[in-house]
Write a protein that binds this ligand. Structure first.
Ligand SMILES: [Zn+2]
Length: 404
């Protein structure tokens, strides 16, 4: 039986199967790697509304739990990005705005809003990152955002002038409840602004590692426009962003409240011209993904057989997809270094590669480093000049496997 689209109930056409995968952030203690949760990571496109989405859902409590280890403030580039975003949102919001953020993480955006003295509220179900935000004076509800919690907020605190979300909306399979909540909470002239990885960039770069448990939807302007319309909402602006390998910031308002920018029609026309989310493009994407997997595996095996030392850089959620899909384990990669203390001293999900602190990436350097955190490449290569000076080489696999 075909799977149903979570947005419109239409038939999902599966086009890519990335195999059996663990939870992307479930780092294991060295002593108990047995008790792992696996699911089938496969992607389909809706034949009605074109939304690209996972065919299987992982329960949200398994992903966004107390120990959720991703801190948005971890990258200086992202801190600067969200400070600028917060200022831009406040500049356009009118007097005394109420700013709500869905998935406020460690408060990387709301800190700026708070420091500007503006009313704000974050929704963040993951306990430790929410606590980090509260330590900076940010107001947080330690809950999921949905129709129920949105209605509570509307009743208790009034309508929101800005509802913002970064790298969160694509995480939420139960989108109809979220959009229902936005319809309830949004002020008549308010805006719902969200930014997420853009499927157009994922296809252009063959960045198949953007596909993992937390990324449930892969948006296009066309599918977002169709997704919000049944809720009396309208896509009124789109902006391409260079962060996280290519994102789009979507601005949504109540239907008729604002005139859509020319950019909306232009991006949708571009998506249609490319045949994005249509079967020939999706088949080519799947074939390119398989080629990268084969090339990467071949390269790593050759390097091992030649006696070279190879380590991974960045135990990212993305790296779980790559290592498990390509069968890359500790026989091919000695360890992965990562700055997140909660991951250090543990094993990567599924592939069971040891994770070491960033300081482990030091003299004597390995011969090669596989750059899993390729979306932060500029920041990392600038920081790790000693590796290059020692003759080390970076291995990249987006948009294809290459050594530099
Ligand atoms: Zn659909």
């Amino acid at each position: 039986m075909p799977h149903a689209c979570q947005i419109c109930g239409g038939a999902l056409e599966e086009f890519l199967d990335l195999g059996r995968q663990p939870l992307s952030d479930a780092f294991l203690s060295e002593h108990d790697p047995q008790d792992e949760f696996f699911y089938r990571l496969a992607v389909g496109a809706c034949s009605s509304c074109t939304m690209v989405q996972l065919v299987e859902q992982v329960p949200r409590e398994k992903m966004f739990h107390t120990d959720y280890p991703y801190y948005s403030s971890g990258s200086s580039v992202m801190r600067e990005h969200f400070q600028q975003t917060a200022r831009a949102l406040l500049d356009t919001a009118g007097p005394d705005p109420f700013v709500v953020e869905i998935g406020s993480n460690d408060g990387v955006l709301l800190r700026t809003v708070h420091e500007a003295g503006a009313r704000h509220l974050g929704f963040e179900p993951s306990g430790k990152v929410a606590a980090a935000a509260m330590e900076h004076g940010v107001r947080v509800r330690n809950e999921f955002f949905d129709a129920g919690t949105a209605a509570d907020t509307r009743r208790e605190e009034g309508a929101a002038d800005v509802i913002f979300a970064a790298n969160t909306i694509c995480h939420i399979p139960y989108m109809r409840s979220v959009l229902d909540g936005i319809r309830t909470l949004l002020a008549p002239e308010g805006v719902f602004v969200f930014e997420d990885p853009y499927f157009g960039d994922i296809v252009a770069k063959t960045s198949f590692d953007q596909i993992y448990d937390e990324h449930f939807y892969f948006f296009t302007a066309r599918s977002v426009q169709a997704m919000v319309a049944p809720f009396g909402l309208e896509l009124v602006d789109v902006e391409r962003l260079p962060v996280h390998g290519g994102e789009v910031r979507y601005t949504v308002a109540r239907a008729g409240a604002r005139t859509p920018s020319a950019g909306v029609a232009a991006l949708i026309a571009d998506e249609k011209a490319r045949g994005l989310a249509e079967p020939p493009t999706l088949r080519r994407f799947a074939a390119d993904t398989a080629r990268i997997r084969d090339d990467l595996r071949t390269l790593l095996r050759r390097l091992r057989d030649e006696g070279h030392r190879v380590v991974g850089y960045g135990a990212t959620a993305k790296s779980a997809t790559v290592t498990n899909f390509a069968g890359i384990g500790p026989d091919l990669i000695e360890f992965v270094c990562d700055t997140t203390p909660a991951k250090q001293g543990r094993l990567t999900p599924g592939a069971h590669i040891p994770v070491r602190p960033a300081e482990a990436f030091a003299d004597p350097y390995p011969d090669y480093a596989l750059l899993f955190a390729w979306n932060h490449a500029d920041e990392i290569t600038a920081k790790e000049q000693g590796f290059r000076a020692a003759g080390g080489k970076w291995i990249r696999y987006v948009p294809d496997v290459h050594v530099s």
